[in-house]
Design a protein around this ligand. Structure first.
Ligand code: AMP
Length: 213
């Protein structure tokens, strides 16, 4: 299964990706996670991406396309993959189609998780992630704001989830990524899912969609 999971920041892509990965055993490829790891390790890629990420802007297409191309060529992607946070621009979607065509493959399903803007901001501003196992939580539903209930790791904010940067990321999504919905609609692979519900309920609808392909 070759899958793309789309939606604005805070829609719940990462949470749903965890459910999908557990149920379908396909690798979860998140460009955001790849960039954060690169920044943490201060690699050349990380140094290049850092400024854009801190401003809530997109890393240039040629850099992002390059890392995805390399990742999709790896062995664990040969039976399928789930892309999260990529593509985010039309040139990225076109490049992805080209890379896959070269492998005799194509995107089979795109999930678009939609959530009202005011809910997105609330979720982003209350989001904490375990520094160890990467589980995502909403602070409003936590008694202990510091420790991961799953692994005991330390919880922390993403630096780009703060105030103005979070708003910029939402604007960037509306301007640069929303047009992709039309791109995938035209290719008849787009499935929209209401993300303004409890995560397991959202996943049930996703499961129904994925069972059909
Ligand atoms: P995310 O975790 O998907 O919200 O991504 C965090 C940040 O990484 C974004 O705000 C961008 O700066 C960068 N990034 C992630 N994916 C992409 C992409 N496909 N194209 C450009 N920049 C990206």
């Amino acid at each position: 299964m070759n899958l793309v999971i789309m939606g604005p920041p805070g829609a719940g892509k990462g949470t749903q990706a965890d459910f999908i990965k557990a149920a379908y055993k396909i690798p979860h490829i998140s460009t955001g996670d790849m960039f954060r790891e690169a920044v943490k390790n201060a690699t050349e890629l990380g140094l290049e991406a850092k400024g854009y990420m801190e401003a809530g802007k997109l890393v240039p297409d040629e850099v992002t396309i390059g890392i995805i191309k390399e990742r999709l060529g790896q062995d664990d992607c040969q039976e399928g993959f789930m892309l999260d946070g990529f593509p985010r621009t039309t040139p990225q979607a076109e490049a992805l189609d080209q890379v896959l065509a070269g492998m005799g493959r194509k995107i089979e399903v795109v999930l678009n998780i939609f959530v009202p803007r005011e809910v997105l901001l609330e979720r982003i501003l209350n989001r904490v992630t375990c520094n160890n196992c990467k589980t995502i939580y909403n602070l409003r539903f936590l008694d202990d704001h510091e420790t991961c209930a799953k692994c005991g790791g330390e919880l922390g904010y993403r630096s780009d989830d703060r105030g103005e940067i979070a708003k910029t990321r939402l604007e960037v999504y509306l301007e640069q990524t929303m047009p992709l919905l039309q791109y995938y609609q035209e290719r008849q692979v787009l499935n929209s899912v209401d993300g303004n519900r409890e995560a397991p309920e959202v996943f049930e609808e996703i499961r129904e969609i994925l069972e059909k392909i």
